[in-house]
Design a protein around this ligand. Structure first.
Ligand code: FNR
Length: 193
């Protein structure tokens, strides 16, 4: 039982005006209010080359991949908000997952950045479905890497008009749902982490 679980929160979008960055910040704040130690990161601050096994063999993990991997390793829970690109997750997010998933040396347990973590997934999109198809794929990817995924998930549709000037969800019920999911993440991470 962890007294103060550590939650890593981020969006799968690099875009400066990203709706998913706003949504991940709402989850991060709710998790913090629920007693977690939360680190929110912007993936734009960790630019990475497209994963190339030759490059990995020649030079190992790029510095930003190592930094992100350390962040994953040092947190027990993940709050991820992702856009949907062409019915799936953005290539940039998959690229981060691929780099971070790499094992460095025999002494390191496999999938150390993901194994046994707890994750809550949400999405936002200007479309009517809120990017929900991306969550099917993200769930499959993370599940195969040993992440415990909370069954509930939230997709915010019409994202371009869903947030107020303070970056909160204008629909109080939706704001409450995102908060509830973040609080559940803290509770389950506390028990499993
Ligand atoms: C999109 N977008 C999109 N939206 C959606 O609901 N389903 C989709 O399949 C796609 N496909 C897609 C592909 C590509 C290459 C781009 C750039 C965009 C629109 C997308 O939801 C919109 O740009 C969001 O605002 C992106 O999320 P952020 O950056 O606001 O978090």
């Amino acid at each position: 039982m962890l007294e103060k679980p550590r939650i890593l929160a981020f969006a799968g979008s690099l875009r400066s005006g990203s709706w998913n960055k706003l949504l991940s910040k709402i989850g991060a704040q709710a998790a913090r209010d629920a007693g977690a130690e939360v680190t929110w990161v912007d993936l734009r601050d960790y630019p990475l080359p497209v994963f190339d096994e030759d490059e990995e063999s020649a030079s190992g993990l790029p510095e930003n991949a190592r930094k992100l991997k350390e962040l994953f390793v040092s947190h027990e829970g993940l709050f991820i908000s992702t856009p949907e690109y062409n019915s799936s997750i953005p290539g940039g997010l998959k690229n981060v997952i691929d780099w971070v998933s790499r094992r460095e040396g025999e002494a390191e347990p496999p999938k150390v950045a993901f194994q046994g973590k707890v994750a809550a997934l949400v999405s936002a999109s200007p479309s009517g479905f809120g990017g929900m198809r991306s969550l099917r794929h993200l769930r499959t990817i993370l599940g195969s890497m040993g992440v415990f995924l909370l069954p509930d998930e939230i997709s915010i549709s019409s994202a371009h008009s869903a947030f107020n000037a303070e970056g909160q969800l204008a629909d109080g019920r939706k704001q409450q749902q995102v908060g509830d999911l973040a609080r559940l993440l803290v509770e389950v991470t506390r028990k499993l982490g």
